[in-house]
Design a protein around this ligand. Sequence first.
Ligand code: MF3
Ligand code: CO
Ligand code: CO
Length: 276
Amino acid sequence: MKKDTLIKRVTASGVRIYGEEAFEGMRVSGRLAAEVLDMVVEELQVGVTTGYLDRICHEMIMDNGAIPAPLNYRGFPKSICTSVNHVVCHGIPSESRPLLEGDIVNVDVTVIKEGWYGDTSRMYVAGEKVGRRAYQLMEATHECLMKGIEVSRAGATLGDVGHVIQTHAESLRFSVVREFCGHGVGRQFHEAPSVVHVGSPGEGLELEEGMIFTIEPMINVGGAGVKTLSDGWTSVTRDHSLSAQCEHTIGIGKDGAEVFTYSPKGWDCPFERVLV
Ligand code: MF3
Ligand code: CO
Ligand code: CO
């Protein structure tokens, strides 16, 4: 097999260091994933099913010459993940229950475009009104993501990233899910490193220019415990409390992190459109 020259080298801990050509590819795939989530802003309403959202995302991804990475990934049956209310992550889109007023929904899209994986998710609300604690949870989760991105730079560590996320979430008396983490991404869906959303300053992997990974904190109103349903995918909070998640794919550049998956329309927080 031909050596992948887009990967400059691999660190001692198995993390790939990507070059400018990779960053160009990630800008394109990240932008498409974000555009799909922008499209969802106008489609996610009371009465629609998550199965419908899956179909329209699948169609838009294919129409743009890309492939939805989740489809058939380790047996996952759909093209996106949709996680409603107490679902933490990996919810499987279905026709079984139309969305209700005040439901909080994470939509997680990963596209493969020219071999590059763009992975991003946001929080949405069905309808016009949402509970106060639910709103606070979504706001805090997005703040956690952005704080993690702000500290991500060459010379910082993954412990620094986890620490700012954990500190912010716990200061608001929310809890951080431990079972799932961010991940290296680029030419594969999930690669080294694991990006844990808790940690201590100065600990863990030291970040280097050219690393590409996601940050995707899952934050709960109640306890941090989760369990997987019998479908083998859907992860829910053990205490059935609400859970939220926000995800960006980033690359470590010369001067801090470049975010590949920002909304071109500035709609990174669709939940902000509702009344509390
Ligand atoms: N997009 C998810 C992530 O952020 C992974 C989904 S895997 C699937 O890593 F199989 F559930 F789609
Ligand atoms: Co991810
Ligand atoms: Co994702």
